[in-house]
Design a protein around this ligand. Structure first.
Ligand SMILES: C[S@@+](CC[C@H](N)C(=O)[O-])C[C@H]1O[C@@H](n2cnc3c(N)ncnc32)[C@H](O)[C@@H]1O
Length: 235
């Protein structure tokens, strides 16, 4: 009798849980997409100091390679930060929009744009909630913001032939003194970046191992096969 009762209550519990909608936290765990309520607070605090945390100068990979982006094109800076890369591209004649979760970052990016007398557009929103029409961008730049599960979504926004410039730290960066894991999003495995954008044409790839920082940088071009290639990899 007792065994029967235990079995019945177990069945009841299993049924109740199966019907429950996927909660925010569980969604994050299942999908790998971080939607942490603290993310904004973390970055706002980090950027609240007066100095530019990542400096005012663009990433050197971008400064050396920005001409891969179609001249004067519409560019999205994903996880723009304080605007060092967005302002640099605007100064070179590009129409740049930066998406950012941190209002402090946006405030400083706008200040930087004023300092360099250029215009940038900004969107203060978590990327998970940002949306624009497919094939509306000439280029996407993404520096030190790694959300592997969202790549397919972002890449739909690129026109065919559009360019991606992406850079992030690799796992070797853990060995660098002062490394802060909360700062830079996910770390890339060796050569992983070469596989994150299936169907894209790789125009340039760098993964230097004898510099102070360990990063991987890539320039890609969207091809006709890019969208279907993402789907094939997922199967
Ligand atoms: C390591 S910083 C890099 C900033 C900038 N790309 C650079 O290289 O200077 C990562 C940035 O991503 C932003 N970020 C983090 N999670 C985000 C989200 N879910 N949506 C939009 N921005 C986000 C943070 O506010 C932060 O500015």
């Amino acid at each position: 009798m007792i065994l029967k009762l235990v079995l019945l209550s177990l069945l009841f519990c299993a049924n109740t849980f199966a019907k429950q909608p996927v909660s925010g936290n569980r969604y994050e765990l299942l999908s790998g997409i971080r939607k942490d309520r603290n993310t904004k607070a973390f970055w706002d605090t980090k950027y609240s100091e007066k100095r530019y945390v990542y400096g005012k100068a663009p990433s050197s990979f971008l400064a050396h390679n920005y001409t891969f982006l179609p001249f004067g094109g519409k560019i999205l800076d994903i996880g723009m930060g304080e605007g060092r890369n967005a302002v640099f591209l605007a100064s070179k004649g590009y129409k740049v929009t930066g998406v950012e979760i941190s209002s402090e970052a946006i405030r400083k990016a706008r200040m930087l744009a004023r300092e360099f007398e250029v215009r940038i557009d900004t969107a203060l929103t978590p990327l998970e909630e940002y949306n624009i029409p497919d094939e509306s961008l000439d280029g996407i730049i993404c520096f030190y913001f790694v959300e592997k599960n969202m790549n397919e979504r972002f890449m739909k926004w690129l026109k065919p032939g559009g360019i991606v410039i992406f850079e992030a730290f690799t796992e070797r960066q853990k060995s660098v003194k002062g490394f802060d894991p909360s700062d830079n999003g996910a770390l890339l495995k060796e050569s992983e970046l070469l596989k994150l954008f299936p169907g894209f044409r790789i125009l340039k790839y760098e993964e230097p191992i004898h510099e102070r920082d360990y990063r991987a940088s890539i320039i890609l071009q969207k091809t006709k096969e890019s969208s279907s290639a993402f789907k094939k990899v997922k199967k």
